[in-house]
Design a protein around this ligand. Structure first.
Ligand code: ZN
Length: 196
C-alpha cells in the first residue's frame, strides 16, 4: 500500500472537536508561517511527514521552535542549515501521541513544497499537513498511529478530507518521508475502526 489511503465520509460531524479551525485535543503553538488558502479549493487531502530535530533525536522543543522561526542556529550543527527557512505544518504528532497544532486548518500551512496529487499541483493549497515526530525510514509509535487516526477522523468530519498520503507520494524523487517505516496498513485498520 504505497499510495496512501482513501475513505468515504459517512460518520457524524464532530464539530465540537474544533474551534475556529483549531483542534481542541491539540496544544496550540501558533506559527506565523501560513497564508490564506485559495478560494474554491476545499481541504480534501492530508499529507503525512516525518521530522525530528536534530534528525533521530526525539523530545525537546526544537521542532516547535523551527515551525515558529525560533530555532537557534547555534544550538546544534544541523540547525545552522535551517537558518532562515520558514516552514510549518498544521499538526505535529509527538512520539507519545501528543498533538501540537501550529496553523488553523482553514489556513494554508507550508509543508509540502513543490508537489502534485492526482494531477492537482501545490498540495499546500488543499491539504492539511501532519508531521510525525520520527525519522524517515524508521518506525513510528503506536500512540502516533492512534492519534493520527483520531485526528483524521475528526478533521474528515468537518472538512471534506477523504484521503491521506505521504510527502513521498506528492513529491516523489524529491521527498522520501515518512518512508518505508510508516505502516499504512496499520493506519488503514485504525481508520476503518474509528470511522464506523
Ligand atoms: Zn515532508
Amino acid at each position: 500500500m504505497s499510495g496512501g489511503l482513501r475513505w468515504r465520509r459517512r460518520h457524524a460531524a464532530r464539530r465540537g472537536a474544533w474551534q475556529d479551525g483549531w483542534y481542541r485535543r491539540a496544544r496550540r503553538v501558533p506559527s506565523p508561517n501560513f497564508g490564506p488558502r485559495p478560494p474554491g479549493l476545499p481541504v480534501r487531502l492530508a499529507v503525512v511527514h516525518s521530522i525530528s530535530l536534530p534528525p533521530g533525536r526525539y523530545g525537546g522543543d526544537a521542532i516547535e521552535r523551527f515551525f515558529t522561526n525560533q530555532l537557534d542556529p547555534a544550538g546544534h550543527p544541523y540547525f545552522a542549515g535551517l537558518a532562515g527557512v520558514a516552514v510549518s505544518a498544521h499538526f505535529l504528532v509527538r512520539r507519545g501521541g501528543e498533538v501540537v497544532q501550529f496553523v488553523r486548518v482553514d489556513d494554508r500551512a507550508w509543508h509540502a513544497g513543490a508537489s502534485v496529487w492526482r494531477g492537482v499541483p501545490n498540495c499546500n493549497d488543499y491539504a492539511l499537513g501532519i508531521e510525525l515526530e520520527g525519522l524517515e525510514g524508521q518506525r513510528f509509535e503506536a500512540a502516533q498511529y492512534r492519534a493520527t487516526a483520531r485526528l483524521l477522523r475528526d478533521a474528515a468530519s468537518v472538512w471534506p478530507v477523504a484521503e491521506v498520503v505521504g510527502h513521498e507520494h506528492v513529491a516523489p524523487g524529491r521527498k522520501g518521508d515518512p518512508g518505508p517505516g510508516f505502516d499504512w496498513r496499520r493506519l488503514a485498520r485504525l481508520l476503518r475502526r474509528s470511522m464506523k
